[in-house]
Design a binder for this molecule. Structure first.
Ligand code: THU
Length: 130
């Protein structure tokens, strides 16, 4: 897995952002275990709660395409195209990751690389109710 390529694709995806309310653009590039990459951007809504994050947009796109296993996701975000500051996935997106990913899944930001268990320890997931 090439981190630089994945981060680059996340930056490109962020250009597609629809974020007229926050002005904060987010891009994600999700690497499936098949090798395919699914991109996502944040899509805001005038009814704020209907907003979808970039990471979830990427996950849902992948699921619709039939991919169920994932290796890594790169996430970038910032105002006015400045992605220097680290953008961390929100709690809801971490929960979606926990549904489909194990602790071998890597979360790549502009500054760091994390394991899912570091970002959502003790996650409630599929195994919790089986
Ligand atoms: N956002 C994401 O796309 N991903 C995250 O993990 C954090 C937040 C978006 C939602 C909203 O459009 C904007 O960033 C500001 O919160």
């Amino acid at each position: 897995m090439n981190k630089a390529i994945l981060l680059d694709m996340a930056v490109k995806a962020a250009e597609k952002t629809y974020s007229p309310y926050s002005g904060y653009a987010v891009g994600a590039a999700l690497l499936g275990k098949s090798g395919r990459i699914y991109t996502g951007c944040n899509i805001e809504n005038s009814s704020f709660s209907a907003t979808v994050c970039a990471e979830r947009a990427a996950f849902f796109k992948a699921i619709v395409e039939g991919e169920r296993e994932f290796a890594a996701i790169a996430v970038v975000g910032g105002k006015q195209g400045d992605f220097q500051k680290e953008c961390m996935p929100c709690g809801v997106c971490r929960q979606v990751m926990a549904e489909f990913c194990g602790n071998d899944f890597k979360i790549i930001t502009s500054a760091n690389e994390y394991m899912l268990d570091e970002l959502l320890p003790g996650a409630f997931n599929f195994n919790s109710i089986m």
